[in-house]
Design a protein around this ligand. Structure first.
Ligand code: PLP
Length: 389
């Protein structure tokens, strides 16, 4: 069988994965500092109460709508209206998670081989989504000053056939929100080159303290054609419910055409299940409480990290403004890959080497901030021991 070229990814397990597999097999007690699944992190909001709306008898009816059920979309409009963004429910499409939203948008905007611009460092799943949808990932860089910022010089001079510029707001794993200047730059570039902005805002509500960076959603961006993504996996800490959304905005004619075409794409799959759509208005009633709990965990772990790294120069915590991750610079001390291997082999702690996110320097590591504080602390203490502090 000759399988498709688009799935010709290297399938050999790297050293880190091999060690992880053998540790798991031997039953070694691991500390997972890559944890990003909130359902494994002992949060109080995960109570059986959450499941109550799923047994609503209304779930026995099937009334499909390519946009998703109106009452769920109206709830999402309400959420944006609290942020000062006024939307109509027809501008919203529900999807079975953000991954599917990306697939719909790449299919909407691109012919096979068309380039899309992605941030680097960035979330590795985006490369796979690009491959799977036959679009060509081309990277623009974020560079670090006191936080990560878009390097405008790294954008291509000619956008020949480029159909979309992707921003992650705030970016995973670097934690930078799109600044006002960057937002104007992106809209300008997209208008000039007739391409669309895709803004992934799944972490939008998880800002960190001390950051006075203004946060602005692209959902209200009508200068250029824009698609803003959100979803329950991060926003409500419910990845198992598989519900994401796309907000379509932009100049009237383009926006309307995009909506009509997306209706046909979404109608072809109708993949979002009814019970979760019906439950969304109930779950949204407590969204602030859930965000508060997850955000507080991230802040607590980040505070600990700041203190713990005070005496660990040249290792330092890199600045950012929000999200579920912390990025550390190793300052030339040791490479990201060899540290990750040694830490797992000798200290039973798993973290992400920066190369996983395309950092390119080999000098950064990434920790997830969701673990319960005692687990996170123990992991960081072992990391410092491994670095000889
Ligand atoms: C930036 C970003 N976008 C999207 C996703 C995936 O979200 P979903 O679970 O809605 O598919 C993730 C998951 O970690 C992410 O980090």
């Amino acid at each position: 069988m000759k399988f498709s070229g688009r799935t010709d990814w290297p399938r050999v397990r790297n050293r880190l994965t091999q060690i992880l597999e053998s540790k798991k097999k031997s039953g070694a007690p691991l500390i997972d500092l890559t944890e990003s699944n909130p359902t494994r992190c002992g949060f109080g909001y995960l109570t059986p109460e959450l499941l109550k709306p799923l047994s609503d008898p209304g779930n026995l009816a099937y009334e499909p709508d390519p946009h998703g059920l109106r009452k769920a979309r109206e709830e999402i409009c309400g959420y944006y209206s609290e942020k000062g963004v006024s939307l109509h429910a027809d501008q919203i499409f529900l999807t079975a998670g953000t991954g599917e939203a990306y697939a719909f948008l790449f299919r909407l905007l691109c012919d096979p081989g068309d380039p899309v611009l992605l941030p680097r460092p960035g979330y590795p799943l985006l490369d796979y989504l690009a491959d799977l949808n036959d679009v060509k990932p081309v990277f623009y860089d974020l560079s670090y000053q006191d936080a990560w910022r878009m390097d405008e010089k790294s954008f291509p001079k000619h956008f020949f056939k480029t159909k979309a510029v992707l921003v992650v707001n705030p970016n995973n794993p670097t934690g930078n929100y799109v600044t006002r200047e960057e937002s104007a730059f992106i809209s300008g570039v997209c208008l000039k080159n007739q391409c669309a902005v895709i803004s992934d805002e799944v972490f939008f509500d998880f800002s960190w303290e001390g950051s006075n960076q203004e946060r602005k959603s692209f959902a209200g961006c009508a200068d250029a054609l824009s698609f803003t993504l959100g979803g329950l996996s991060k926003f409500l800490g419910l990845p198992q419910m598989k519900l994401g959304w796309i907000v379509v905005n932009g100049p009237r004619k383009e926006k309307e055409e995009a909506i009509q075409r997306l209706e046909i794409i979404a109608d072809t799959y109708l993949s979002v299940n009814t019970p979760v759509q019906n439950a969304l208005p109930v779950w949204f009633q407590n969204y602030k409480g859930i965000i508060r709990e997850i955000r507080e965990r991230c802040l607590q772990n980040r505070r600990f990290l700041t203190q713990a790294l005070e005496a660990a120069k040249p290792v330092r915590l890199l600045g950012g403004e929000g999200g579920w991750y912390a990025m550390l610079s190793l300052g030339g001390f040791v490479s990201d890959g060899s540290l990750a291997v040694r830490l797992l082999e000798e200290y039973n702690v798993l973290l992400h080497p920066g190369y996983f996110f395309n950092t390119g320097s080999g000098r950064e590591i990434v920790l997830g901030l969701l673990s319960p504080a005692p687990v996170f602390r123990e992991g960081v203490e072992r990391l410092l021991k491994c670095l000889h502090f």
